[in-house]
Write a protein that binds this ligand. Sequence first.
Ligand SMILES: [Zn+2]
Length: 391
Amino acid sequence: MLLRQLDFQRELYNAALEERIGAWQWERRSVRYFDQCKTLTELVDVRPEVVACGITLCRGTLKRLDRAFVAFFRRAQKGENPGFPRFKSAQRFDSLQWEDRSGWKMKVEERRLRLRGIGEIKTNYHRPFAGTPKAITVKREGTKWWVNVRCVDVPAQPLAATGRKVGLDLGVVNLVATSDGKLHVGELFGAQTRKRLALAQRRLATKQPGSNRRCRQVEEIVRLHRKVKNQRMNAVHQLSRALVNDYDLIVVEGLKVKNMVRAPKAISDPDQPGKFLPNGAAAKAGLNRSIHDAGWATLLSLLSYKAESAGRTIVTVDPHYTSQTCFECGHVESGNRLSQAEFRCCACGHEAHADVNAARNILRAGRAQRASARVGSKLTHCPIVSRRGIR
Ligand SMILES: [Zn+2]
């Protein structure tokens, strides 16, 4: 029944998208979320099976389309690649969303979830709830189903102050380097599974389209992808938890992940004209993957919500020159950084691990920013590090 509902909601999603496109194409009229919600009542007579699970679920689907459009316009305004919302095939549509508190009920004690129009589903609630459940998403992952419960008024769990502050340098070889010299290696998880994944992908190519074997192989691939994702999330959760437990103030760099994912410049060989020296493009291709793997964005978001709940402070600083600046004397030069890991100041000769040096600069910038900003006001990006060194 859930699968059937997925199909109906997908149909609704695609129809709503078509309505928006058509209205703009033919009448230069924009259709909004609320307009589309109003037309839902007409569906009761025409397609009762679509609204069998309640209007809330249908509204959730329309909201999802609305979010896709909001994100599209935001990207278009910023001049990024906008990516128009697409029609969803069965493989790209795998969640049902209830946006408010009607149409579903959690029965934690009986280990059941009641969904209107579907019935009671045996559920494994794997952790106690905090706060008031407000909205749910039921999601299919391969052959498994998950319910994601969003709660409001979740009580904070403040931690005792430790009196310690830290700056974090986010990197690729070391996912995180802390200003007190600890290096957390990222990326290693998933490497094993990736091999198996490649094999599974090759096997998929040998299967007849539409066959049961192909279907099973697709499931195997989905399973492996899920495994990589779980491993990654687990590692990032543990790391962010450890950081939030250990430090009162965490300073991070405001990174633009996209900029880091570009291909490196070609280096021509001075001895052989027309030839090129290895520029690390292959390594960088691997790095690009690990940038996504490492999931900086995920780390930052997990850090910020854990910090908020624990009463810790997170400060974002401008990352410019933090990796080229000497922590000891403030001398800025790209030659300071000898290699990925080595740092030796050209002015004072200070030597350190490059990432740790950067992390210490970041911490200093964060503290300066904190000192200048009024405590309690919203802390935003301000350049602390200039060409001439740290002010
Ligand atoms: Zn120096």
